[in-house]
Design a binder for this molecule. Sequence first.
Ligand code: IMO
Ligand code: MG
Length: 432
Amino acid sequence: MPVLVVVGLQWGDEGKGRVIHTLARRAYAVARYQGGNNAGHTLVLGNNEVLALHLIPSGIVYPNVRCYIGNGVVVDPKALYEEIGHLAKRGVRIGRRLGLSPLCHVILPYHLSLERYLGEGSRLGTTQRGIGPSYRDKIARLGLRVLDYLNTPRFQERVMANVRELLAPFARPSEIRSIERETFETQKKLAPFLKRLLADVSIEITDALSRGRRVLLESAQGTFLDVDFGTYPYVTSSNPVAGYAPCGVGIGPKIDAVLGVAKLFTTRVGEGPFPTEIHGALASQIRETGLEYGATTGRPRRIGHLDLTMIRKACRLNGVTHLALTKLDTLAGLASLKVCVGYSWRGKIFKDFPDDPEILAKANPVYKELPGFSGDLTSVKRWSDLPGAAKRLVDETAAFAGVSPAIVSLGRKADNQIVLDAGFAREWLTGG
Ligand code: IMO
Ligand code: MG
């Protein structure tokens, strides 16, 4: 019963979508287990068309792959409807291939309003998709789930109670009424659409696994946006770490492999500490070469040196068994590369990425300098054809993390990659 979790090891945008794109061809199903439409997973298809997915798993581009949105995900029905419509326009037909758990909490217009009123967008730099307020309601036991969305009287009663209580400190009664109206109108229109997608995700995945089928669990965001392990409070409101994956789809904690995806430099969108951040010409060069703009919000991503202490810590937190290292090509042309191997603070050296935000803010990264490399790497297919300095960067990263690399990606398309681990390739990429 092979289950592979694909998880981001940094602050999101590591290239999870493109990695899943290469793996999903051989999978029976791909399931999202947390987050919502704050995610932006960019796939570049064979014809160079770019597809950005937000809620729908990256396996959807293959007509034989079943996709699931598990109970751990928060779902904005309107965003899901629009994403399916957008995919249809691009020729990707969902048919009956998408299964939505009735246990997902929904994101409603009042969540979007609350996020605005609370100023989370500017304070934390959130994606403003209502993610935090929806998870907050879930934990506070006020939330509405997909199954409530399908029961109109119950839905209306609970929405009215929530809206009146939660928005009262911020909104005028007329505003509250108009949010209610919008919520009910949308629900009326979209309830039948959601109903058609319903699936018992737990039963279906368990059944697939018992037949020996391959299932991928696709994380959104990344380890350092995890609400427990990330740079709190500058985090998202869910647990991207691999340990949450089985919970977020309703299966027991049995995972066969964890593929940790890390970019060979660091980016972050939104506020929060970023010790290896760089500014100026070098940051712009990497941003422009790597097209480092948010797939969800279009914001320019903050750029920094590769932080090996983050990757090593993330490998531990996720139980990573294999690494996928992405965007090696973006670094071509830089004279030298700095990688962070520790932190110094008050005469002490920290080998682990610090948890305490004050230490993170004040500590100095300790860098190791590696030689740069040049040339267009996107068409390289074999490890032996890579420049020595590029191989060294990959080797140093893997050695520091203590995990061997299975995939190194060198471009935006699924086949712009080198597969280094034959066993992994047999199991997940080429096997029958
Ligand atoms: P993918 O799946 C990068 C960031 C936001 C903000 C913080 C909280 O594409 O890797 P939220 O809206 O989740 O409450 O915002 O998390 N963030 C991401 N950053 N990639 C993502 O997803 C992100 N999803 C949320 O920018 O800093
Ligand atoms: Mg993204």
